[in-house]
Ligand binder design. Structure first.
Ligand code: UD1
Length: 429
C-alpha cells in the first residue's frame, strides 16, 4: 500500500494549478443519466472517485470516453470526459460499488426520473458520521416515488413517472439537493425545493442541467423552482474549480510560509474561509485567474471557527485549518456542526505534537511552538490532507499511511507541492 514521506521545514514558493472540483464533477457525471445524448465534461480532475464513478455509470449502460477515445483503449487520464447513456441497461446500483463512494447513491434521482425505477444500495464513503439518507427518500416520495428499504437496498418505483412537488428540506443537504434537482428536471410539472443547499457545486450542476435543456430558476439561492421537461439533451460543460483544493493549498502556504499563486480558481468561492485566513495573519489577494497566498514569518493568530453550510465555513476545510491552528499563538476553538464524527484527525495530529482537546462537537486547539515528524494514518479524505499540511512543517520525517484516502480527492498532490519546494514523495511497495 502506498505511503507518503514528507521531510518538513521547506517554505512553499511558486504556482499551483487548481483542478476541477471533485464535488462538482461527481454530480455532473451522474447527470449524464438524464439524457440519451452525450454530456461532455471539461476540466475533469483525475481522481480515484472519478474513475470509480465511471465504472458505476458504465454498469447502468453509460458509454464513457476520454479525449474522444473509448475507455479502455487509452489511459483514462484526460481532462475531458464524454458520457453517453443512450440506453439504461440496468437500474440497480449494487452494494460492492455504492459502498465505496457515497455520492454514487445520487443515481437514485436520475434513474427514477428516466426509467421509473431504481434499486440502489445504501451508501458508504468517508467514515465521518452516520450520514443517513432520509432526506433523499423524503424528496423522492414527494415527487411520486414509492420507496421500500429492503436488505440494504432502497427500492424505488414510479410506474407513471415522477411528478412535480414542493420539497422543504428540514436540514441543508448537498447530496439530497443534487438528487432532487436532477429528478425534478424530468418530472411532470413544477417542483419547488426550499432550503436547498447553496454550495457552488450545486450551482454548477444546475448550470449544466440548464445547458441540457432543463428549466431552473433561483440558481445560487436556497429556493429552486424547476419546470420538468419531457427530455433533456446533450451538452458541454466545464467543471468548476475545486474550492476545497484551493483552500487546502492556501493553508499549506500559510503553514510553511512562502508565496504561492493558486491558478484557475477564485476568491469568490471561499469568502468565509478567506476572511478567517486573513484574520489569522495570512496575506490573501485576488489576482488574474487566481489567488496569491503568502506569509512571511509573522505569528499566526488563533481563530474561532464554526462549520456551516455554504456560504459559511466549509466542513471540508475543518481538518486542514485545525492543522494550521496547531501552530497558532494561542488557543483556537473549532466547532463542527455538519458531521458528528469528523475529528478523527485529532489523534493523528497529536502524534505530530499537536495539543488538542475535544469537548463534544468542539475542538480546543492549543498552539504549540513546533511539531515533529511521526508515522500517521489517514482516516478520511480531508483528514488525510490535514496531516500533510502538518507534516510540511514538522521537524524530521512524517510518513502518512493509507494514502488511498488522499487519492480520492486530491489530484497529483505530491507533484503540486514538490514543484513549490516541498520535500514530499510517494513510496510504493
Ligand atoms: C457533500 C460533499 C462533502 C461535504 C458535505 C457537506 C460531495 C461529493 N460531498 O456530502 O464533501 O462534506 O457535502 O458540505 O459533494 N443528512 C441527513 N439526511 C440525509 C442526507 C444528509 O441527515 O438524507 C445530513 C448528513 O448526515 C450531514 C448533513 O446532512 O450531517 C449534511 O450532509 P450532506 O450535505 O448531505 O453531505 P453530502 O452530500 O454527503
Amino acid at each position: 500500500m502506498d505511503r507518503i514521506r514528507i521531510r518538513g521545514g521547506n517554505k512553499l514558493n511558486g504556482t499551483i494549478p487548481i483542478s476541477g472540483a471533485k464535488n462538482a464533477a461527481l454530480p455532473l457525471m451522474i447527470a449524464s443519466l438524464l439524457t440519451d445524448e452525450m454530456l461532455r465534461l471539461k476540466n475533469m480532475p483525475q481522481l480515484a472517485d472519478v474513475l470509480l464513478l465511471q465504472r458505476i455509470l458504465r454498469n447502468h449502460g453509460t458509454d464513457t470516453s476520454v479525449f474522444g477515445k473509448r475507455a479502455g483503449e487509452n489511459n483514462e487520464n484526460g481532462e475531458t470526459v464524454g458520457l453517453m447513456a443512450a440506453d439504461i441497461v440496468d437500474t440497480v446500483a449494487p452494494y460492492n460499488l455504492v459502498s465505496k463512494m457515497r455520492a454514487s447513491f445520487w443515481v437514485l434521482g436520475p434513474l427514477l426520473a428516466r426509467c421509473g425505477e431504481a434499486k440502489v444500495s445504501l451508501p458508504g464513503g468517508c467514515a465521518i458520521g452516520t450520514r443517513p439518507v432520509d432526506l433523499f427518500l423524503m424528496s423522492m416520495e414527494i415527487l411520486g416515488a414509492e420507496i421500500d428499504v429492503d436488505a440494504g437496498y432502497v427500492v424505488a418505483k414510479a410506474k407513471n413517472g415522477l411528478h412535480g412537488g414542493r420539497i422543504v428540506f428540514p436540514k441543508v443537504s448537498v447530496g439530497a439537493t443534487h438528487c432532487a434537482m436532477m429528478a425534478a428536471t424530468l418530472a411532470k410539472g413544477e417542483t419547488v425545493i426550499e432550503n436547498a443547499a447553496r454550495e457552488p457545486e450545486v450551482g454548477d450542476l444546475a448550470s449544466c442541467l440548464v445547458k441540457m435543456g432543463a428549466q431552473i430558476e433561483g440558481i445560487g439561492t436556497s429556493s429552486l423552482h424547476i419546470q420538468g421537461k419531457d427530455r433533456l439533451h446533450g451538452a458541454e460543460h466545464t467543471v468548476l474549480a475545486d474550492r476545497i483544493e484551493t483552500g487546502t493549498y492556501a493553508l499549506a502556504v500559510a503553514m510553511t510560509g512562502g508565496d504561492v499563486t493558486l491558478t484557475g480558481t477564485s476568491t469568490q468561492l471561499l469568502d468565509a474561509f478567506i476572511a478567517k485566513l486573513i484574520e489569522a495573519g495570512v496575506n490573501v489577494e485576488a489576482v488574474d485567474n487566481g489567488i496569491q497566498v503568502s506569509r512571511n514569518g509573522t505569528n499566526l493568530m488563533p481563530l474561532s471557527i464554526e462549520t456551516q453550510p455554504y456560504p459559511g465555513f466549509p466542513t471540508d476545510l475543518q481538518a486542514q485549518i485545525m492543522a494550521l491552528m496547531t501552530m497558532a499563538n494561542g488557543t483556537s476553538t473549532i466547532r463542527e456542526t455538519i458531521f458528528e464524527n469528523r475529528f478523527m484527525h485529532v489523534q493523528e495530529l497529536a502524534r505530530l505534537g499537536a495539543d488538542i482537546s475535544l469537548q463534544g462537537d468542539t475542538a480546543l486547539v492549543h498552539g504549540v511552538k513546533k511539531l515533529h515528524g511521526a508515522e500517521v494514518m489517514a482516516t478520511d479524505l480531508r483528514a488525510s490532507v490535514s496531516l500533510v499540511i502538518a507534516g510540511l512543517v514538522a521537524r524530521g520525517e512524517t510518513i502518512l499511511h493509507r494514502v488511498y484516502h488522499l487519492d480520492r480527492g486530491f489530484e497529483s498532490l505530491e507533484a503540486k507541492l514538490s514543484a513549490c519546494g516541498a520535500d514530499i514523495e510517494r513510496i510504493s511497495d
